[in-house]
Design a protein around this ligand. Structure first.
Ligand code: GDP
Ligand code: MG
Length: 465
C-alpha cells in the first residue's frame, strides 16, 4: 500500500511537472542589429527540420532522434502580427540570397515541439509536446525600459546627448537651440515640434554611427505614432532651478509640457510594451554583436557595454516557488551569445566568448548572486562563410571564404579578436575589419549555422528529457 502510494505520488509529481513544463516562453533579447530576427528565423528553421536535414549534434534530443518535429500553432494574442518566418525564408532562398527585412514592429510565433521523453515511468514511449512562445520586436524599443525608473527631471539630469565626443557632435545643433529655451516660458507647439525633430535627427545620426544607447526608442522607429505629440519631447539640457521650482511651473510652460509628454510616453508607450511582452519569460538569450562593436571603435564599444547593463536590469531573474512560478514566471536560465561568429575564423571563437564575458561582467555579477545559471557562447544563426587555410611562406593561416553583400567572392583573414576588453593599443592598431557577407545559397532544407544546437540545448534541452 505504502509502495503504491509512493509510486502514485511520484507519478502525480511527474504529471504536474509535465503540465507545468508544457509551455516555455523564450525572450530573445538584443539591441538593434544584434541578430534577433536571424536567430529566430534559424531557431524555427532548425526545429522544423530537426531529425531530418538539420545538423543539431549538440542537442541530445535531436541527436538521439527523440525530437520528432515542430509545427506552428495559432498564437494566443490575436492583436499581434505573426512573426514573418515565411518572408524571411523567402529572402534567404532568393537568388541571390538576401537577409530578412529589418523588424519594424512586434510579432509573435508559437511552436509546438513533439518529442519522445527519455525518462522512464508511465509515459515512456508516448510522445509529449512542448509549446514554445517566441516574439520579435525592434531592438530600438527595448532601451526604453530603463526610462520607467526615471521621471522627466531625472532623465534630463542623465544628459543622454552628452556621452563622448562623437555623440556631442551629432547633437550639437539641437543642443545650441535647446539651451536657448527657457523652461519657464510659455510653450510654443511649433518650436517644441521642431526641436523634437532635431533631437530625433541626432538619434538617427548616432544610430547610423553605430551607437546603441538611444532613447527614446520610438523616435527612431515611431510606427503608428509618427508625428504624434507624444513623440514631441526631449531633455532640457540645463536646468539651473531646483526641482520643486520647476515642478511648480504652470501647465502651459515649456518644462511642464515636456514633462507631461514624457509621462505620457512612459505610461502609454513604454509600460504597455513592457507589461504585455516582457514580464513573463522563463528563459532568455541575450544576443550581442560584439564583432560589430569591435569594428566600430572604442566609443561605441563603451556605449554597447552601458546599454547592455541597463537592458538586463529590466528583466527579473531568479527562482520562485513552484506555485508562484505558475503565475509569474521568472527567468531561471540565461544564455548570452556573441552573434555572427562566422565573421571570424574558428580559432578566434574562444576569444570571442571571453570578450563577451568581460563586456557583461557587471550584469553577470547580479545574475550569479540571484543564482541563475548562465551559459556564454558564440554562434552564427545563419552561417555565411567557410573556414579555409592559406599558405603564407611556410605557415598555414586560417582564413574565411565568403561572398560579400555586393556579390564578390572573397578570401579574408578578418583579424584577431582580443581576449579581454580592448585597450588603447588595440584601437590604435585598428587591426579588425570585416566585410558584411551575403547568406549562402541553400543546399538543404535547414539553414547552415554555428552552435545554434548548443544554444537550443541550453534554452530548452532540459524540457525535452
Ligand atoms: N554573417 C552573419 N551575419 C548575420 C548573422 N545574423 C545577422 N547577421 C547580419 O546582421 C544583420 C542584422 O540582423 P537582424 O537579425 O536583422 O538583427 P536584429 O535587428 O537584432 O533583428 C543582418 O541583416 C545580417 O547582415 C549571422 O549569423 N551571420
Ligand atoms: Mg529584427
Amino acid at each position: 500500500m505504502a509502495a503504491l502510494h509512493d509510486t502514485l505520488g511520484r507519478e502525480l509529481g511527474n504529471l504536474l511537472e509535465r503540465g507545468r513544463d508544457r509551455q516555455l516562453r523564450l525572450a530573445v533579447t538584443g539591441l538593434s542589429q544584434a541578430g534577433k530576427t536571424a536567430f529566430l528565423t534559424s531557431l524555427v528553421n532548425q526545429l522544423r527540420h530537426a531529425g531530418v536535414e538539420a545538423r543539431l549534434d549538440l542537442l541530445p534530443a535531436a541527436r538521439d532522434g527523440r525530437l520528432l518535429g515542430a509545427r506552428r500553432l495559432n498564437q494566443p494574442d490575436l492583436g499581434v502580427p505573426r512573426f514573418p518566418y515565411d518572408p524571411a525564408m523567402q529572402a534567404l532562398r532568393d537568388t541571390p540570397p538576401r537577409w530578412p527585412d529589418p523588424t519594424r514592429g512586434i510579432s509573435e510565433l508559437r511552436l509546438e515541439l513533439r518529442y519522445r521523453p527519455a525518462r522512464s515511468g508511465w509515459l515512456r514511449g508516448a510522445a509529449s509536446h512542448l509549446t514554445l512562445d517566441l516574439f520579435d520586436y525592434p531592438g530600438e524599443w527595448l532601451l526604453d525600459l530603463p526610462l520607467l525608473d526615471q521621471d522627466y527631471y531625472q532623465w534630463c539630469q542623465t544628459r543622454p546627448f552628452d556621452q563622448g565626443e562623437q555623440r556631442r557632435e551629432v547633437f550639437a545643433e539641437w543642443l545650441a537651440a535647446a539651451e536657448a529655451l527657457d523652461p519657464a516660458a510659455e510653450a510654443d507647439e511649433a518650436v517644441l515640434a521642431e526641436l523634437a525633430e532635431a533631437y530625433a535627427q541626432g538619434l538617427r545620426r548616432a544610430k547610423q554611427l553605430g551607437f546603441s544607447q538611444l532613447q527614446p526608442g520610438r523616435f527612431l522607429l515611431p510606427g503608428e505614432l509618427e508625428g504624434a505629440p507624444v513623440l514631441q519631447f526631449f531633455p532640457l539640457p540645463h536646468l539651473s532651478k531646483p526641482r520643486e521650482e520647476l515642478e511648480a511651473l504652470p501647465d502651459s510652460s515649456v518644462y511642464a509640457t515636456l514633462a507631461t509628454r514624457f509621462r505620457y510616453y512612459q505610461k502609454q508607450v513604454v509600460q504597455p510594451f513592457y507589461r504585455e511582452h516582457f514580464r513573463r519569460f522563463d528563459r532568455q538569450i541575450v544576443l550581442v554583436d560584439v564583432l560589430g562593436a569591435l569594428n566600430a571603435g572604442p566609443e561605441r564599444f563603451e556605449d554597447l557595454s552601458r546599454a547592455l547593463g541597463e537592458l538586463m536590469q529590466s528583466f527579473s531573474y531568479g527562482k520562485r516557488s513552484l506555485l508562484r512560478r505558475l503565475f509569474t514566471p521568472r527567468i531561471d536560465r540565461l544564455a548570452i551569445a556573441a552573434t555572427k561568429a562566422d565573421h571570424v575564423t574558428p580559432d578566434q571563437h574562444d576569444n570571442l566568448v571571453t570578450l563577451l564575458n568581460s563586456l557583461l561582467k557587471e550584469p553577470l555579477k547580479d545574475l550569479r548572486f540571484a543564482d541563475v545559471p548562465v551559459k556564454a557562447l558564440s554562434l552564427a544563426a545563419i552561417r555565411t562563410t567557410w573556414p579555409r587555410e592559406v599558405n603564407q611562406g611556410k605557415t598555414r593561416l586560417p582564413a574565411l571564404r565568403g561572398t560579400t553583400l555586393e556579390g564578390e567572392d572573397v578570401l579574408v583573414y578578418p583579424g584577431d579578436v582580443p581576449a579581454a576588453l580592448p585597450d588603447a593599443a588595440f584601437w590604435q592598431r585598428q587591426g579588425f575589419d570585416f566585410p558584411r557577407f551575403r547568406p549562402m545559397p541553400e543546399v538543404s532544407g535547414a539553414l547552415p549555422h554555428i552552435r545554434m544546437d548548443a544554444a537550443i540545448d541550453w534554452l530548452i534541452g532540459d524540457k525535452l528529457t
